[in-house]
Ligand binder design. Structure first.
Ligand SMILES: [Zn+2]
Ligand SMILES: [Zn+2]
Length: 257
């Protein structure tokens, strides 16, 4: 069965219990990494994930907490013996930052040494559009632009086997784009960078609950959580407006779909 594994659930400023926010979508044969924080290889090996099963990386936006793990992840795949192509998908602004990070490490000089083919795939997503951005034998992934301080996308991942869906807000203020993208999803992973006060570019747990209610999802999973947050309080804040199941994400949590 397909699963989403939360590799990190912390906000940009995290704490000892959480890495920054990123996750893996794992099927029977292939996997997709979404954002790239922390120490991806160490986490993936701990979970006994086959590193060669990942052929696609989707980057939601170019803030450090979602991107800083990319150079070491790409380098480690090479050191682990990767030969086949890896594709990195993101908005042009996001890929510019990813590319600049790799340039800082002079990655072009790795190519003559046998670095595997790395392809940057810029996503053309119009405002207020929902675009299909990736299909694999097991998953289809759609995206929509959200409301953040830099261009950012939310994602909807469907398992082709079960037709069940997981939506992920990434970083966003409360916005209609996430409601439309997540409509009727089995899980909505929604950021909750605060408990109940508004932050520019981000959402509170209370707002995440409202988003889940309007989207009509089955289960809300709060992620991108601030330091020393109290899970019971966050759950209660979201449950004020959302009557479905509310979970508070934890690193290494698995959701089957
Ligand atoms: Zn973030
Ligand atoms: Zn951000």
């Amino acid at each position: 069965m397909a699963q989403v594994i939360l590799l990190g659930t912390g906000a940009a400023l995290s704490d000892a219990a959480r890495e920054n926010m990123y996750l893996l979508v794992k099927g029977e044969r292939g996997a997709i990494l979404i954002d790239c924080a922390g120490s991806p290889i160490q986490h993936l090996l701990k979970l006994k994930i086959d590193l060669h099963s990942i052929d696609d990386v989707i980057l939601t936006h170019h803030h450090p907490d979602h991107l800083y793990g990319l150079p070491i992840f790409l380098m480690d795949l090479w050191l682990a013996g990767r030969k086949k192509e890896l594709r990195v998908h993101g908005l042009p602004e996001t890929l510019n930052a990813a590319h600049a990070l790799m340039e800082a490490f002079e990655w072009q000089s790795w190519k003559p040494l046998g670095f595997y083919p790395l392809t940057f795939n810029p996503l053309a997503i119009a405002e207020r559009d929902i675009s299909l951005i990736l299909t694999t034998p097991e998953f289809s992934v759609s995206a929509a632009r959200t409301q953040h301080t830099v261009p950012s996308i939310a994602l909807r991942i469907m398992s082709k086997r079960t037709a069940q869906t997981v939506a992920y807000s990434s970083d966003t203020e409360k916005c209609d784009a996430v409601i439309e993208l997540a409509h009727g999803a089995d899980y909505l992973l929604h950021e909750a960078t605060s408990l109940d006060h508004s932050l520019i570019g981000h959402s509170s747990a209370r707002q995440a609950g409202s988003q889940a209610r309007h989207a009509g999802v089955k289960t809300l999973v709060l992620v991108h959580l601030p330091p020393k947050m109290r899970a019971a309080k966050f759950r209660a804040a979201a449950a004020k407006s959302f009557k479905g199941k509310v979970m508070v994400g934890e690193d290494f949590m698995r959701l089957r779909f």
